[in-house]
Design a protein around this ligand. Structure first.
Ligand code: NAD
Length: 486
């Protein structure tokens, strides 16, 4: 069956590497037709701050498979990242980035490395919800959802299962972000029980990254949050020899996008020297996704044979190791010449489709009770004691001021004079009769009206509330973190 896919050549080296890849796909008789769209720098600079014309969305949604060259995001705060917009708008929840070594043909310090990073693609700090709240303080919200987390973790296990992978490692920072990252690692353990044949481990992202960088062969499939995954997949790609080698798949329930993990490399654009391998690997993942794994296999094997024969683009060319330095198109032609051949030493490829696991989210039934509110206050004059006195006087005993923190650290009651304070205070109010026991979280429910009344009272008394955050119990369990030192 002939598939129509959407293609955007992108910016910088994008057109060069995309042309090279399309030439290889054609030579391998892949049954594809292309609809080209313009996205990226040209569109941004024409005054469209999203980087994508509105009619392009129709093409993307109609064809459901998108091969995308890298995009340049112009400098300046007015431009939204097009990659993030496309991933989130089209529900491309899983970003799959395989990185393996091609030792001894491509220089790497880690000959046995073969890692697949499965990165959550829609949530986390990439939600793009940022505010400057006071003169001193900027905020970026980290948003994780139960369905988003369950989906990516199920995808990682299913990917491991269908690709014969042995282990899945979850990388998080749940020792610090106990509620959000803690939910991610809890979900990993819960879903993991359904895959008893796959080894499972949870690691803290900092030591995990250090170990990925120094002992990548310890890892097989990694599942992680958006930001950690972004960083760690660049580390893994670079370890294999060059960022010019790794492709990625952005998988959604209905629509998927395939791209190189690297950017538009403006420093080498227009010179015909870029390595098209990352884009080619992305295109092979696309062929598997389209149900043409045999075509992907033929192309991958020819590509591996090209690497074995020492025909290398500049980024992986090494004197004594490489035989011929090839430009982008010459490299593509070398791959085309080898279609039908298999590598002699490098493991030849058998590509299997992963498929998107059917996912049905059932929202858990929980009892949610309001038990307090954090009032975030801007104040550049008061000491913690003065602020507490003003707040208590204004609140008029309606809700009880429990604590004040500054950048998360308790400064009232009983703060330390050494704690540095900005103009941004989190002031926690709870019900007046509360008997606080944090093990059982015996906070007393309050009414929603009380929060509104408190906000009104604080405003009336000249206290500037810049944000409020309700405090809830979920089936009696605290749904908010304690202040440091609370
Ligand atoms: P980059 O990945 O474009 O380049 C980093 C370095 O790697 C450069 O030295 C470059 O020459 C080299 N390189 C990258 N791809 C190569 C290839 N195929 N062959 C040979 N060498 C290659 O990262 P950057 O310089 O930080 O970003 C440039 C632009 O790309 C920015 O505007 C950024 O926003 C954008 N970007 C886009 C994407 C995407 O579209 N998915 C991803 C990352 C960055």
């Amino acid at each position: 069956m002939k598939h129509t896919i959407t293609v955007a050549k992108g910016d910088g080296i994008g057109p060069e590497i995309t042309d090279a890849v399309l030439r290889i796909l054609e030579a391998a008789n892949c049954d594809l037709t292309y609809e080209h769209i313009d996205v990226g720098e040209k569109v941004y600079l024409s005054g469209n701050s999203s980087g994508i014309p509105s009619e392009a969305w129709d093409t993307l949604r109609r064809n459901s498979v998108f091969l995308k060259g890298p995009i340049t995001t112009p400098q300046g705060s007015g431009y939204k990242s097009l990659n993030v917009t496309i991933r989130k708008t089209l529900g491309l929840f899983a970003n799959v980035r395989p990185c393996r070594s091609y030792h001894p043909f491509v220089r790497t310090m880690h000959p046995d490395m073969d890692v697949v990073v499965v990165r959550e693609n829609e949530e986390d700090l990439y939600a793009g919800i940022e505010h400057r709240q006071t003169t001193d303080v900027y905020q970026c919200l980290k948003v994780l959802s139960l369905p988003g987390t369950e989906k990516i973790i199920r995808y990682a296990f299913e990917y491991a299962h269908s690709n014969g992978r042995k282990k899945v490692t979850c990388l998080v920072k749940d020792n610090i972000m106990k509620l959000s990252d803690g939910m991610f690692s809890d979900m990993f353990r819960r879903v993991g029980k359904e895959y008893p044949g796959i080894q499972q481990e949870v690691q803290i992202i900092d030591i995990g990254t250090a170990r990925v960088a120094t002992q990548p062969s310890r890892y097989d499939v990694i599942v992680t949050l958006n930001l950690y995954g972004d960083i760690i997949s660049d580390v893994t790609a670079e370890l294999t020899g060059s960022v010019g080698m790794a492709g990625s798949a952005n998988i959604g329930d209905r629509i998927s996008m395939f791209e190189a993990i690297h950017g538009s490399a403006p420093d080498i654009a227009g010179q015909g020297i870029a390595n098209p391998s990352a884009m080619l690997n992305a295109a092979c993942m696309m062929l598997v996704h389209l149900g043409m794994p045999e075509k992907a296999e033929v192309i991958q094997n020819a590509w591996l044979k090209t690497l074995e024969d020492g025909i290398h683009p500049g980024d992986i060319f090494r004197e004594g190791l490489s035989v011929k330095r090839a430009g982008t198109m010459a490299f593509a032609d070398a791959v085309i010449e080898r279609l039908g051949q298999k590598p002699a030493q490098l493991k030849s490829v058998e590509m299997k489709g992963g498929g998107v696991p059917k996912f049905h989210y059932e929202r858990p039934v929980v009892k949610r009770e309001l038990c307090g509110v954090d009032m975030f206050v801007c104040d550049d004059k008061s000491t913690p004691e003065e602020l507490a006195a003003r707040l208590q006087q204004a609140a008029h005993g309606m809700l009880k001021l429990k604590l004040i923190t500054n950048r998360g650290v308790k400064v009232w009651p009983e703060g330390f004079p050494e704690t540095f304070c900005t103009d941004h205070w989190r002031c926690r109010f709870v019900g007046p009769e509360v008997a606080i026991d944090d093990v059982k979280a015996t906070y007393v429910p309050i009414g929603r009206k009380q929060v509104a009344q408190l906000l009104h009272l604080l405003g009336e008394n000249g206290i500037e509330v810049i944000k409020t955050e309700n405090l809830y119990l979920f089936d009696g369990v605290r749904g908010f973190s304690l202040g440091q030192g609370e």
